[in-house]
Design a protein around this ligand. Structure first.
Ligand code: DAK
Length: 270
């Protein structure tokens, strides 16, 4: 067991990008079990969800970056030592799957900054984030089949949606992992960057998102995620409602006034 917190939370100064003032509002969460390649234990997952929920409720936080300590792994999976002792009954009785579901309720945009292994539950965690910045040394995969099981925290569903049935079948049935470049070509990750730049580039992207009006950002995230869940007809209706709702915000008034006045907007988040 690692001493101290398994997930560290910090508020780094955003890396400079483009024009304009530094936006702030970016939280950095670091999975801190490098000795176990950041394997996600039940306790770690509980800490991570609690930290994200707290940030989600913090009006000053506009975007989160999730990464793994060290350079070897984002997370090499759920903790196999813990899983080894589980039974169908113990898994059903535990609340760990509810914890994974709670990740879906986070409205704050989350960027995974991935170096090294993102395997099994680690790949599922990265896919539960909204964007993925991958270092050139990143490896993604769902090797659960080699342990006699299948992905159980969203892998069969999210990987299939991200890269399509044929590729998901191959990766999940063989347990093969793919490089950052292959993952990018398949549509799993947003950006492949030199390994040492991974975190900076993710923070930079987070800074760009954090500089946008926060209510609109959350609304956009919710609607994009809705697309994976519903019919086009229902999704378009939901989008229209969300669009209408944003016209009641001060940020909409400010954004449109700033455009007309040829100045930079100042967002209030309301
Ligand atoms: N769990 C626990 N320990 C792990 C680990 C893991 N997933 N991955 C690595 N480690 C530990 C190793 O045991 C080793 O510890 P010591 O022996 O030094 O004490 C240390 O990290 C360094 O690993 P290696 O010595 O193995 O390093 P190598 O470079 O030789 O190999 C590797 C790196 C990533 C290829 C290898 O460690 C590996 O194959 N790891 C396992 C990868 C894997 O199969 N991942 C999928 C696990 S199953 C659930 C939610 C999700 C899930 C399940 C339930 N619920 C909500 C209940 C998900 C399941 C999975 O992810």
């Amino acid at each position: 067991m690692s001493p101290g917190p398994l997930v560290r939370v910090a508020f780094p100064a955003p890396a400079p990008f483009g024009q304009g003032p530094p936006p702030g509002g970016v939280a950095l969460l670091t999975i801190d079990r490098p000795e176990a390649l950041n394997a996600v234990s039940f306790a770690l997952l509980a800490e991570l969800v609690a930290a994200l929920r707290a940030l989600d409720a913090d009006r000053a936080c506009h975007c989160a970056v999730l990464t793994g300590a060290g350079s070897r792994a984002f997370a090499a999976g759920a903790d196999i030592r813990e899983l080894a002792g589980q039974t169908p009954e113990s898994l059903r009785a535990g609340d760990d799957f509810e914890r994974w579901d709670e990740l879906r309720a986070i409205g704050l945009p989350i960027i995974a900054a991935v170096r090294g292994y993102a395997l099994g539950g680690g790949c599922e965690l990265a896919m539960a984030c909204d964007l993925i910045v991958a270092g050139e040394d990143a490896q993604f995969g769902q090797p659960e089949i080699k342990l006699g099981v299948i992905p159980g925290a969203g892998g069969t569903q999210r990987l299939t949606r991200a890269i399509g049935k044929a590729r998901a079948m191959e990766l999940i049935l063989t347990g093969r992992s793919i490089s950052a470049r292959e993952a990018a070509a398949a549509g799993l990750v947003n950006l492949v960057v030199p390994a040492e730049e991974t975190l900076d580039r993710a923070l930079q992207l987070a800074g760009q998102i954090a500089a946008m009006p926060p209510i609109a950002v959350r609304s956009a995230k919710a609607m994009i995620n809705r697309a994976a869940e519903t019919s086009l007809t229902d999704g378009l209706a939901d989008e229209r409602q969300a669009f209408f709702d944003l016209f009641a915000t001060a940020d909409k008034a400010e954004g449109m006034a700033a455009f007309a006045e040829k100045r930079a907007p100042t967002w209030q988040g309301r």
